[in-house]
Design a protein around this ligand. Structure first.
Ligand SMILES: [Zn+2]
Length: 148
């Protein structure tokens, strides 16, 4: 179900506020993400870069971490703010991490410009890998089917 105008405004403000806390001295690309839970809570995150670039964590994954740490597991909307002229959708790693918890979440990307992108996570990450794939793995004591 789409969020209300007031929920959108609240989520956007949370994402903008989070983006102002971003630690991004290497990319100069601040990002804020705000995650809406099914019971109306909002958890925000910003990107946190590192001099060892590969250790950088995106805003979306930090928002998920905040929510999971607070015991929340069900989400309806993820809003991403970038201080750019065009909106930015989540990177592949974030799509995977968000899909773990909310494969049907609505993702809204907003920016300083007038354009928004609204998409479902299933559209952003079709045929995703998930827990259902692990169910296909052989159980201890079973053969994998690779043996002759
Ligand atoms: Zn990411």
């Amino acid at each position: 179900m789409p969020i209300s105008k007031s929920q959108f405004a609240t989520l956007k403000q949370a994402a903008v506020d989070a983006s102002r806390q971003a630690w991004c001295p290497y990319s100069n690309f601040p990002v804020g993400a705000a995650l809406l839970t099914t019971d109306g809570q909002i958890f925000a995150g910003c990107n946190v870069e590192n001099a060892s670039y590969g250790l950088t964590v995106c805003a979306e994954r930090n928002a998920i971490g905040q929510a999971i740490s607070a015991g929340c597991r069900e989400f309806t909307t993820l809003l991403i703010f970038t201080a750019t002229n065009k909106p930015t959708t989540p990177c592949g790693a974030c799509r995977q991490v968000v899909t773990e918890f909310a494969p049907d979440i609505e993702v809204i990307s907003v920016c300083d410009g007038p354009e928004n992108i609204r998409a479902s996570m299933r559209d952003l990450l079709p045929q995703s890998f998930g827990p259902h794939n692990l169910d296909e793995a052989p159980k201890p004591g079973q053969t994998s089917g690779l043996e002759d």
